[in-house]
Structure formats: C-alpha cells, structure tokens
Design a protein around this ligand. Sequence first.
Ligand SMILES: [Zn+2]
Length: 328
Amino acid sequence: MLKRKSMRFVAALMAVLASLVAGRNAALAAAPQHHDQVPGFYRQKVGDLEVTALFDGHGVFDPHWLNGTKATMDGVVEALREDPRLLDVSDEGFLVNTGRQLILVDAGAGTWWGGGVLGRLAASLRSAGYTPEEINIVLVTHLHSDHVGGLTTQDGKRVFPNADVYVAKAESDFWLAPEIAAKAPKDAQPFFQSAQAIAAPYIKAGKWHTFTGSEPIVDGMQLVPLPGHTPGHTGYEFSSKGQKILFWGDTVHAQRVQLQHPEVTAIFDIDQNAAAATRAQLLPRLAREHVLIAGPHMPFPALGSLRKEGSAYGWVPVVFTDQWDENR
Ligand SMILES: [Zn+2]
C-alpha cells in the first residue's frame, strides 16, 4: 500500500517535472529572434546645416573590379582570406537641410541597380521624418544608376516630383547622347539606358538642369569637379560657420584598399588615369583641412574624415550615436 502510494507520488512528481521542462521549452520557443535593424538614417550637424545620411543598401566589392599593381592586388586577395569583409561597401545618399531648402545629394539605386539589395533610400528618408515630395533640389554627383536610380520608378514616374535636379553638363551630355551610347561596348549599354530612362521624366517636366562651371545653385555650396570616374563627376562642398562637408561621390569605392593605395582605380572609372590624378590632388587637401567627407560607399553612416599616414590615408569614421550633438 505504502509502496503503491509512493509510486503514485513519484509518477505525479515526474509528471510535474516533465511539465516544467515542457513549459520551459515552450517559453524558449516563444522567444523568436528579431532580425530587423534600426532605420537607416543618421544626422550630423555641420555649422548651421543638418546633414542626414540616408542608407540605401549594402554590397560587396569584387577584387576584380580594382586595378592596381600585381603586388598590391595579390596583397588584397591574400588579405581577403583572413578578412572576408575587407571589400564590403554600402550605398548612401545624403539630405542637407539648410533651414530654407531640402537638398538631396545622390538618390541611391532605386530599382535600377543591385538586384533588390539596394533601393532603401526613400524609406530611410521617411524614417528620418521627411517625404520625397518635400525635396526642393537634387544634386547628382554622376549618372551611374547606384546614385540616380532612386530618382525614378521603373514606369517612369518622378520619385521627387517637386525637385529640380542638377548635374554637370559634361555628365548629362555623355550619358544621354544616343550617338555615344550607340558606340559604347555592350557591357556599358545598360548604364546608358538606365541614365536615359531615369532622366527622361525630369527633362520632360523641365526639372533637369546642367551646369558647366561654378554657377551658384545653392548658397554656401561650391562645385568641385572630380573628373575620371565619369566625364562630369562632381563633388559638392558645403560650408557653414567655418565647417565644411564634401559630398565626394565615387572618389573612393573600396576605402580600405584605395585609401592605403590611392593609385588603385576601379574598373568603373571611365578614365583611370584621371580618377587616380583626382584622388592624388584632392586627398591631401581634405586631410589638411579636416574636411568632413560624405562618401556614398563608405561604411554607414558614410561620414568621416581623412588622416594622413605616410603616403596613405586612414579613414576617421563618424561613429553612430542616438544623440544629436549640438557642439560638433
Ligand atoms: Zn557608385
């Protein structure tokens, strides 16, 4: 009798323990992981300007897209074995709020480049509290689709319906000329086709403007010609209260290689020698003057400055915080 009772007790205890274990497993299973990240924007004060980096997406640069000496490129391939994220890149556009105007510098890829991993810029803009309709001006560094694809939908609608778009005349004339496109190699054809389709609705609306020299477009902003990557590749340098920020487009793609070896070019540079010469001329000044750089392919938030390291440069990144720093 006693034995049976104790057996029943043991059985009951086991059942309770089993249910506890089951309950614990159920509790574990009820803690699904969250794989979404923070919204893709970051604000930075530059004098009186509010500059917001707008994340468009992440990508990986292929070592075969870089041109350097054999020794340099062997070194890159070797380094990649231990450091497989060496050539990670991102894509950004930037919003400048001057207090009177909302100016977008480059617009991300939209649906024109990157096979779906890019094209987040409009969502990042909304997360930052702005709408595409509010944008007054878009300054375009060049007409590659990872920088202008976000301007236009695949069915030809303007994403920024109230914006005037500015681009260097040499850039516009090159990519939008049917006779140049006709002579271009087959691999390059898609760049011409997308540039033409992206520009078309802005041209039709009278919202596509070109500049040839140093025409004033925005108060406190200077045009900085950066030829080589493309014929009319242009940077935009804003100054406010003694602080400067240069939106440098594709001056550098794979920063961990090209800042160590500024002579290394990218196969997307149409004039390789000019692209290297532009870097050789520009980088010393940026390091000397501690100019803040907004680089669409630098690591998010894609803002930073240069530090001279012998014949090379180090990237001094702006580091993400959730605070607005009034004293920068
Ligand atoms: Zn690019």
